[in-house]
Write a protein that binds this ligand. Structure first.
Ligand code: ADP
Length: 593
């Protein structure tokens, strides 16, 4: 079977979609307009050279041989060679041009999709699995790469060839042409049917290969259990059934090819016979020249082969179109946290006010937070405590506007976060995650991610501000240490220090800290504590506390339970209150040696 492309039912485009996709693709090809135009011209020239061969043969036979005109014969042969040379050049050029335009288009698309992904909100990444997104960037773009590398040129050339050949045949001899073209609809219908059936058969084969493999794998990985319970026979039966299904699927796909190819070949042979027979008779009658009949026979090849190839390319084209559709859909996804047209910069400092905030993650009906009221004064340190899943992180994320509340509002220094510019929002409020992500590169570059225009001196200062300068300066390569390289991988504690240094570099008014749940190695633990002490100085701090010592040190404690703010007050007040916090504290004290 040709190629590896197959299109499943859900990937088939609806009517009208194809047109929209093509229109958009043309628009994206605008920068390549000139190259694409040149490519079109070269392809046309290349196609014309294919048609020139039979015509030169006709001339050679009728004039060079029939009329015994040596000059004409030599001219025909010379022209044939010239055409062959042109054809070689055109072919060389068209492959290069199509590749350049096609690969350029793919590169633009890749970058565009990636750029768009980077701009989308957290809510989007909650919904979409990273694997699916990566497959958009790889499999879907590859599907188009395949078309561009192997199919696009053939598709365009064959289409052109069929039309031009048919026109030429009609011009040479309408009567003979009609007799040839009688078989064409048969070939077209057979090809379309073949394409449908083979697509279906291919999908089935692919499914069953997968099933067969997983059955085999299970049988091997699970062999101990199978033998322990004496189930070898059953497993073999299962594998036998799966192998028989695979065999059937393969045989089905062979059955489809074995009727199609003979039909097409027979149609070709029958048409050739007709041309020779009827054409020969017409030569006898003197209504047509011998050369024309010879040219007809040759031109027929240009008619049947392209139709076959077109039908086989159809799947590749469809698969590419389906991939384009998915990528365009992704590009059309809008970020859920857009900056308002008249957004303002957040003031340098101020209180955070949470007013009547409710929230639920999109895609799930469960409300996570309901009706939360909270004012955090400038410079206050507040700890969120509560059971896992209560909504502490969610509330913290809302304060940093990683999401917008479903109802109510959150403001900083009197400005609703939804009215703030993204830039000022990220400068005023910084989230330090539990585990800082390290990018490929040096320590210096990793800290600088927080503010790309920071100078080396500023990064150094940030590290000093966080009280971690000595630790990193002591590394053999200092700040030039490659963080991902084998041997210099940073420990969890050191990664945390990088996160804190990043926050110090931004110098925000509000810090949102997600306290690490897992304990760090004692050496860095003390350093992290010290860095935190440096960092929280003079800032509003919201900490998602997992350790109650952290809560005890905060100015106030907010207990989040079941999506509500259950208790709010100082450590002492809440102990006094004797509610949830007191209970948590009691049990914690009890469990700590
Ligand atoms: P906590 O920080 O108190 O452990 P979270 O704020 O992380 O709690 O989670 C609160 C609730 O929201 C949980 O039920 C959790 O399953 C759900 N949740 C958290 N993050 C998401 C998300 N990205 N998408 C959907 N549901 C989420």
């Amino acid at each position: 079977m040709w190629g590896g492309a197959a299109v499943s039912a859900e990937d088939r485009l609806q009517r009208g979609e194809g047109k929209a996709i093509a229109g958009r693709t043309f628009a994206m090809l605008r920068p390549y307009r000139r190259q694409a135009l040149v490519a079109a011209v070269v392809i046309t020239i290349s196609t014309l050279t294919v048609l020139a061969g039979p015509l030169l043969l006709r001339y050679g036979i009728d004039h060079g041989i029939g009329e015994q005109d040596r000059g004409a014969l030599s001219a025909a042969v010379a022209a044939y060679i010239v055409v062959a040379v042109i054809a070689a050049f055109a072919s060389h050029l068209q492959i290069r041009l199509v590749a350049r335009v096609g690969e350029g288009f793919l590169r633009d698309l890749r970058v565009r999709v990636f750029d768009h992904l980077q701009s989308l909100s957290m809510a989007f990444f909650d919904r979409e699995k990273a694997g699916v997104l990566v497959s958009r960037m790889t499999a879907d773009i590859d599907a188009m790469g395949e078309l561009i590398q192997f199919g696009l040129l053939m598709f365009v050339m064959n289409g052109l060839l069929v039309v031009l050949t048919a026109a030429l045949l009609l011009k040479l001899s309408p009567l003979l042409a009609v007799m040839c073209l009688v078989a064409l609809p048969l070939v077209v219908v057979a090809s379309v049917r073949f394409q449908r059936q083979s697509n279906r058969a291919y999908l089935t084969v692919r499914d069953r290969v997968g099933h067969n493999l997983s059955t085999m794998q299970e049988g091997i990985s699970g062999v101990r259990v199978i033998q322990a319970f004496g189930r070898e026979g059953e497993q073999t039966d299962r594998f036998r059934r799966s192998s028989r299904d695979l065999y059937d699927a393969h045989m089905d796909s062979v059955r489809i090819s074995v009727w199609y190819f003979p039909v097409v070949e027979f149609a070709g042979a029958a048409t050739t016979a007709t041309v020779v027979g009827v054409g020969g008779w017409m030569v006898h009658q003197g209504t047509i020249s011998l050369g024309t009949v010879a040219a007809f026979v040759l031109l027929l090849a240009n008619l049947f082969e392209p139709v076959q190839q077109l039908s086989q390319l159809f799947n590749t084209v469809q698969a590419a179109a389906a991939s384009l559709k998915k990528l365009y859909t992704l590009l059309d996804t809008e970020t859920e946290l857009p900056e308002r047209p008249r957004a303002v910069d957040l003031p340098a400092s101020g209180a955070i006010e949470v007013r009547g905030v409710s929230f639920g993650y999109s895609g799930s009906d469960l409300p996570v937070l309901a009706d939360v009221e909270l004012t955090i004064a400038a410079g206050e340190r507040i700890a969120f405590v509560g059971p896992t899943g209560a909504g502490k992180s969610t509330l913290a994320k809302l304060v940093a506007r990683l999401y917008d509340p479903t109802a109510g509002s959150i403001s900083f220094a009197g400005v609703d976060l939804r009215d703030a510019t993204n830039q000022s929002l990220r400068e005023r409020i910084v989230v330090v995650p539990q585990e800082g992500f390290l990018f490929d590169g040096t320590l210096m570059e990793n800290v600088r991610i927080a503010r790309s225009d920071a100078s080396d001196a500023e990064v150094e200062q940030a590290l000093r501000d966080a009280g971690v300068w000595e630790r990193f300066a002591a590394l053999p390569d200092g700040l030039a240490t490659e963080v991902r390289e084998r041997g210099s991988r940073l420990s969890a504690g050191e990664r945390q220090l990088v996160s804190l240094a990043r926050a110090a570099l931004v110098d925000p008014a509000v810090l949102v800290l997600d306290e690490a749940t897992s304990s760090l190695d004692p050496g860095t633990e003390a350093l992290v504590e010290k860095a935190l002490d440096h960092l929280v100085e003079g800032r509003t701090v919201i900490v998602i506390a997992h350790r109650l010592t952290t809560a005890a040190r905060a100015d106030r404690v907010a207990v989040v339970a079941d999506g509500r703010l259950a208790e709010l007050g100082t450590h002492a007040e809440l102990l006094e209150l004797g509610g949830r916090y007191a209970a948590l504290y009691e049990s914690w004290i009890g469990s700590t040696p």
